[in-house]
Every structure is written in structure tokens, then in C-alpha cells.
Design a protein around this ligand. Structure first.
Ligand code: ZN
Length: 502
């Protein structure tokens, strides 16, 4: 009887998975192929499809199916994979059913207007014109937190959507530790006599040649082009319709081959995770990623811990030189490695290096925690923003366009999302440290261009497990410790002490 109910639930979930796959395909097409004039109609198509998916999702409980299974779960009558499927399906269902139709509708309208207002405000450096929209978004996010429910902080309810099980309180501790590592390291780097020149790696790089190189690199680290594609979009992203059809994108700058290459490695990391989710469980939480933070750990591990390492370029530099003899043939590997890892505090998060990147995130975390908890007035945001940039990064913010208005996130209601970026870096370092313990000759393998041992490790420890564990528990299970800033701190200190001879 119980098995029949589980099978029924799996069937309903599979129907939703098909619709979700179509939804992702249409969204991907919007970013990659769609002609400009198709935009309005496309938004309406996507909205129509989303509401069908939402209805189908609420229908999971038709006939009391899901609530019945939840009771079985609560009375410990479900075990193993069945328990995971019901627990995780219930989590998403419970959140969705708590948000009334009227709220969802109002929210969608407010967000759409707010995003437009943000685009204009950013272009005109006019925070004041954006402020009333931001107030409205924040009001709705606070309302969402009330509707969904939380124990200590309303911010918890928003974080939970991206990083299940994580709280504002735990994050504050982890990120404060991280800040204590980053601020002194950055100070030491600033006093170093070593000056690294990023412009050494600039040149003229035709797009077709960059594409061929990106494809080669993605394939070399394990991306399966029989089960995925690499295309172009304004903002690089990855999208997994299911493990056998995973799309990643990059962008091209004719004067900067590394911009495209590193973003390809980043998205390939996301793509490898999607390709590694177990196909036999498609549609269920067993074939879904753990959290935003774990997803970002996969992209950051490949992009930074491997892609910006000396070992990786010991192998890959010959291929870069072959593709672009100018400027690389006459540039020694050591100089190239320095240029690739130059630290330079900057205003813009997405252009930041490994050391300063997380300071950008910490600033957003500290501010948005207060925004959602209602302890600051939104009109003071530009001032608060500038003060923190001065204090943590030592730079002066010249305008709101390059300051508080630079990221789209708050305008589209993405509160509680930023911390995942930092968590991704911390998780990646913690996994990477454990990987080194498990695979003693890891560095040699990387230097020889052998990456399958890394992918196998990630598949076994992370990808194949789907949503079986929350991020914290998965990390504890794999590394023996709960998430901590320690390993990322050790990684950065070791790498940059050597580069800057600190
Ligand atoms: Zn990412």
C-alpha cells in the first residue's frame, strides 16, 4: 500500500519534471536564441507555463497523497530514498502552499516594475528613483517571511529558500570568521613589494578560436558534450533540464581570453554537477542539487581551486600558447600565473579576485540582514554601502551606479541569496582539502591533465547523492566537519603568501 503511494507520488513528480524541463528550455532559448521582438510574448508564455507548474505542484496533494505520506514520514515509517523524496517534496510544497495566490500575483508585478526601475536608476545613477520600489520589494519579502514562518529572524525564512537549514545566526558566525581572515590578508598583500600586471594577458583573441579553446577545456575536465551544449549569452549561466541535457553559456571579450575561459570553467563546474545527478531518479529530489551553496562550490572548485592553480596551467599552458601564440608564447608561465591571480580591490563584485570577492558578499550579507530585520532605513543605503567599502576594501565608491545599484539581486527580491556565493567558496575549499587527503598524488594528476580522479570523487561524494542531505550534513559526512571558514582561509593564505611573498 505504502509503495503504491510512493509510486503515485513519483509519477506526479515526473509529470512536473517534464514541464520544468520545457520551462528551462524556453528560458534558455530566451537568453541564447530569441529575437528581440519576441520578448513580450515570451514573458507571457513563461508566466502561463509557470502557473501551470505551480498548480500541478499543489496538486501533488490531490486526494491527500502528500499529507498522507508526510504522516508516514513523521511516524518514522519511511526509510532511505523514500524518506528523502517525501521530506524534500514536502519542504517545497509546504513553502508554496503558504503563499496565497494574491500574494504571488502582487509579488510578480512588483518585481517586474522594480527591475525596470533598477535598470533606469542604475543607468542614471539615481538611487532616489529606485527607493520607493525597493521599499515595496522589502515589504513583500518581510511579508513572505511571515507567511512562510521562522524561528529567530525573518531573514532565516529567506536564506532557507536557497540554503536549506542555514540561519542568519550561523551565517553571521561563519562570515565574521571569514572577514577576520580576509581583511588582514588583504592588508598584507597591499604592503607587498610584488606588483602583478594583469595587462600581460591581454591581446586580440578572435571569438571562434576562444570558443574552440573553451570547448576543449570543458571537455578535458569532463563535460559530456553528448549530454550538453556550450553557447553564448550576455550573462553566463548554466541550466540542467535533466542530467542528459545540460546547457552552459559563456560570453566573449575580444581582448581578454581569460574572461571567457574562466567563466566557462565556472559554468562547466555547475554543468558537471547537473550531469552527475542520478538519471534514474529524475524528477525526484534524489536527482536534484542540494542547495545554491553546494552548486556554487562545484563551480568555484573548478574555476578557482583548479582553474587558477599553478598545477592546472602547468598542463594547460601549452594549449593556450598553441591557440594564441601572441601574447603567450613569449610570456613565461610564472608571469602568466601572477597575472591570473593578481589581487586588486575593486568596486564591482563580479570582477573581483579570489581574495576580495568574499568581502563584497560579506558587505551585502551584513546590509541585507539589517534590511530584512528592519533595523536600517533604506534611504541610508548608499551611505552605509560606501562606509563598508571604505572600511573592508579600502576604496571610495564614486557613485551609486558602481555602488549600491550594481547588482540586480535586490530589485528582483533575491534576499538571502548572496551568502550562497561565499558559502560556495568555503564549501569548495573544505571539499578540496579532503580530496587532497583522499588522493595523495592529486597535484601530480592535475599537472598531467588527469582530471577524471577529481570528477569521480565529486560524483561519489556529492553529485550522486542528490538532495539526500542538507548542505551542512553533507559536508560533515564527506569531510568530517561542519562548514567552516578555516580551509578557505588556509587555502588563500598559502597560495597568496607564495604569490606575494608575504
Ligand atoms: Zn555560479
Amino acid at each position: 500500500m505504502k509503495q503504491k503511494l510512493i509510486d503515485e507520488l513519483k509519477g506526479r513528480l515526473r509529470d512536473i519534471a517534464h514541464l520544468n524541463a520545457v520551462n528551462s528550455l524556453v528560458s534558455w532559448d530566451q537568453e541564447v536564441n530569441m529575437p528581440e521582438k519576441g520578448a513580450d510574448m515570451r514573458s507571457s508564455s513563461l508566466a502561463a507555463l509557470s502557473s501551470i507548474i505551480h498548480e500541478k505542484f499543489l496538486d501533488l496533494d490531490a486526494g491527500g497523497l502528500l499529507t498522507g505520506l508526510k504522516r508516514e514520514l513523521d511516524s518514522k515509517k519511511l526509510k532511505g530514498k523514500d524518506a528523502t523524496i517525501v521530506r524534500e517534496t514536502w519542504r517545497t510544497f509546504d513553502r508554496e502552499r503558504k503563499l496565497p495566490e494574491a500574494f504571488v500575483h502582487e509579488y510578480a508585478e512588483v518585481i517586474s516594475k522594480s527591475q525596470n526601475a533598477w535598470t533606469t536608476a542604475r543607468a542614471k545613477n539615481d538611487f532616489k528613483s529606485f527607493l520607493p520600489h525597493l521599499r515595496k520589494v522589502v515589504e513583500l519579502k518581510r511579508k513572505e517571511a511571515q507567511l512562510v514562518g521562522y524561528e529567530k529572524s525573518p531573514y532565516d525564512a529567506l536564506i532557507d529558500q536557497h540554503e536549506p537549514g542555514m540561519t542568519a545566526e550561523s551565517l553571521a558566525i561563519i562570515l565574521a570568521d571569514l572577514k577576520d581572515i580576509l581583511v588582514p590578508l588583504l592588508k598584507r598583500i597591499k604592503t607587498s613589494q610584488i606588483v602583478l600586471d594583469r595587462t600581460l594577458v591581454r591581446g586580440a583573441f578572435p571569438t571562434e578560436k576562444q570558443f574552440a579553446l573553451n570547448r576543449f577545456v570543458a571537455e578535458t575536465i569532463g563535460f559530456d558534450f553528448q549530454a550538453g551544449r556550450l553557447d553564448v549569452s550576455t550573462h553566463p549561466f548554466s541550466s540542467g533540464f535533466h542530467p542528459r541535457d545540460v546547457r552552459i553559456t559563456t560570453r566573449y571579450k575580444e581582448n581578454d581570453v581569460l574572461d571567457s575561459l574562466m567563466s566557462t570553467m565556472h559554468e562547466t563546474g555547475h554543468g558537471l554537477y547537473e550531469q552527475g545527478l542520478p538519471f534514474e531518479h529524475v524528477g525526484t529530489p534524489l536527482s536534484d542539487s542540494v542547495s545554491m551553496g553546494i552548486h556554487e562550490s562545484q563551480s568555484r572548485l573548478w574555476e578557482n581551486m583548479i582553474g587558477r592553480s599553478r598545477g592546472f596551467w602547468t598542463y594547460m599552458y601549452q594549449h593556450l600558447k598553441k591557440a594564441f601564440p601572441v601574447p603567450f608564447k613569449s610570456l613565461p608561465l610564472a608571469k602568466f600565473y601572477g597575472a591570473l591571480n593578481a589581487v586588486q580591490p575593486s568596486l564591482i563584485r563580479v570582477e573581483a579576485d579570489e581574495v576580495t570577492y568574499n568581502l563584497h558578499i560579506i558587505i551585502r550579507f551584513e546590509i541585507e540582514k539589517e534590511i530584512i530585520e528592519g533595523t536600517i532605513d533604506l534611504k541610508d543605503l548608499p551611505e552605509i554601502w560606501s562606509a563598508k567599502y571604505k572600511e573592508y576594501l579600502g576604496i571610495t565608491v564614486p557613485s551609486d551606479t558602481f555602488g549600491v545599484l550594481q547588482d540586480v539581486h535586490w530589485s528582483i527580491g533575491y534576499f538571502g541569496y548572496f551568502p550562497s556565493y561565499s558559502l560556495g567558496n568555503l564549501y569548495a575549499a573544505q571539499f578540496f582539502a579532503k580530496m587532497h587527503k583522499d588522493i595523495p598524488n592529486l597535484n601530480t594528476q592535475i599537472e598531467n591533465g588527469q582530471f577524471d580522479v577529481i570528477l569521480t570523487w565529486l560524483r561519489m561524494n556529492i553529485h550522486e547523492r542528490g538532495k539526500t542531505y542538507f548542505a551542512q550534513d553533507l559536508i560533515k559526512k564527506v569531510t568530517g566537519e561542519y562548514p567552516t571558514s578555516r580551509y578557505f582561509g588556509e587555502y588563500l593564505n598559502k597560495k597568496y603568501s607564495e604569490i606575494y611573498r608575504l
